[in-house]
Write a protein that binds this ligand. Structure first.
Ligand code: NAD
Length: 443
């Protein structure tokens, strides 16, 4: 078939929603994306190498708190969503969206193993007329230099036999105001037809599509967004330490500053950075800069400040215990909230692990509570096997200190402060508490 015929056939199937949408990687990004395209009226195929996830989805069970099981069960049973680990079925999809992890390796350089591995699956099943879009966060040039060569090894030609684009995922898990279906989508194509088709695809499910000149601009856009957050969070984290020394409440300062109607956006300090994105993505850029003989001092400095925060928090906690004539060694400390941010069930890269590690190294008798994470199992990054403790009045009273690492809205902060003897609060979660304020130390 002539290339323009292939493109027109695909475009028509996108517009009339007969195209099948395949999503590779059914995690925090991939599942909400499936949801968006199902809601837009498409039939979807979901692929994952983790068979336990596929089995769970096929049985109608969600493993992500904010994606309801009954929705999955409904879509699986009526055929709008087919989860599978059989990568040969990739050929059935007209558009394939890649949402696999992009972590750092041990030396904190980009590890594109999952992207490469996935692309090889796509290449194996590649058929004429398919659109492939990379959504994983990565450094500029990945689509052109890593994904494209693997697809071209099939002998098929970009812009003729297949189409390739990059569109960054801007999912904010747990944010009730923004979901994949109402966040504008930035799209860059590897060549003009790829851009046209990818933009058409996203127009079906997203409120606004922002086409940019090429994949590199779209890749850089996502890294800019996350670096902007990392740098601004580092700034307020550093100011928190300074203002504390000056006896000024940084949260009150930020609340006052944000009344300025222009030129200021509020970022909040915390116990350190967490999640799959902000602590990791800026280092994709740092690595790329090093490859180009440049250093990115802002990013490095932000990383240094943010990774130093758990040490600062534990020092404040140790000082607070000391004032109460208690050494950290042997003190009972319960960490509240191990998820990396409020109201999510995701503990990846959470600063709570650094806090638990530092507390344990200092001889504290540690425990934790998280209403969204009932237990901790050992991972590549930490060795904790703990169960979430019940936050009863007796339990709180038995602790020498309660450390608020994540400000889940399920917590009753009045209750916590009433029954605990010391509360170290890294999120200003207790700002509404009236009684027992002498027990609260902000850190
Ligand atoms: N979580 C977020 O809030 C968020 C937001 C924006 C962007 N991102 C980016 O999106 C990408 C995915 O993140 P996530 O949070 O969804 O990760 P995740 O770990 O929740 O999900 C990724 C899924 O991909 C699967 N997978 C791994 N290798 C695979 C392969 N070769 N083939 C098929 N499946 C494979 C994993 O089993 C997992 O289910 C990352 O690049 C991340 O930086 C994440």
């Amino acid at each position: 078939m002539h290339e323009t015929t292939l493109a027109s056939t695909l475009e028509a199937s996108l517009v009339n929603k007969t195209a099948k949408i395949g999503v590779l990687g059914l995690g925090y990004v991939g599942l909400p994306l499936i949801r968006t395209f199902v809601a837009a009226g498409f039939q979807t195929l979901g692929f994952d190498v983790d068979e336990s996830k596929v089995n769970s989805l096929q049985a109608g069970k969600s493993y992500i708190e904010h994606i309801p099981s009954d929705w999955i069960a409904r879509c699986v049973s009526d055929g709008r969503f087919s989860p599978t680990a059989d990568m040969s079925r990739l050929a059935e999809a007209d558009a394939v969206l890649i949402c696999v992890p992009t972590p750092l390796n041990r030396s904190r350089d980009p590890d594109l193993f999952c992207v490469e591995d996935t692309t090889r699956y796509v290449a194996k099943a590649l058929r004429a007329g398919q659109l492939i879009v990379l959504e994983s966060t990565t450094y500029p040039s990945t689509t052109r230099d890593v994904v494209l060569p693997i697809l071209e090894q099939t002998g098929k030609k970009l812009g003729e036999d297949f189409f390739l684009a990059y569109s960054p995922e801007r999912e904010d898990p747990g944010n009730p105001d923004f979901t994949a279906g109402n966040i504008p989508k930035v799209v860059g194509g590897s060549e003009p037809l790829s851009l046209r088709l990818a933009a058409q695809l996203y127009r079906q499910g997203m409120p606004e599509v922002i086409p940019v000149s090429n994949c590199e601009v779209a890749e850089a856009c996502k890294i800019l967004e996350n670096t902007y957050r990392a740098v601004n969070i580092a700034l307020v984290n550093e100011l928190k330490i300074l203002f504390d020394r000056l006896n000024i409440d940084v949260w009150e300062v930020i609340d006052a500053a944000k009344t300025k109607p222009f030129g200021f956006q509020a970022f909040y300090p915390g116990p350190g950075l967490g999640g799959h994105c902000i602590p990791i993505d800026p280092f994709y850029l740092t690595w790329l800069a090093r490859c180009s003989g440049m250093t990115t001092r802002f990013i490095e400095l932000a990383g240094e400040v943010n990774t130093g925060m758990p040490t600062y928090v534990v020092r404040r906690l140790t000082d607070a215990l000391n004032e109460r004539r208690k050494p950290l060694h042997g003190s009972k400390v319960c960490v509240l909230g191990v998820a990396y941010k409020r109201d999510v069930d995701d503990a990846r890269e959470s600063p709570a692990f650094a806090l638990l590690q530092l507390l344990q190294a200092g001889g504290a008798d540690i425990s934790y509570n998280d209403p969204h994470i009932p237990q901790l199992s050992k991972t590549r990054h930490h060795h904790f096997t703990l169960k979430s403790c019940d936050l009863t009045a007796d339990f709180l009273a038995s602790q020498d200190c309660v450390l608020i690492a994540t400000d889940h809205s399920a917590y009753d902060y009045d209750f916590i402060v009433r029954h605990a003897s010391l509360v170290v609060d890294t999120r200003n979660a207790t700002k509404g508490v009236r009684e027992g304020r002498e027990k609260i130390v902000k850190a």
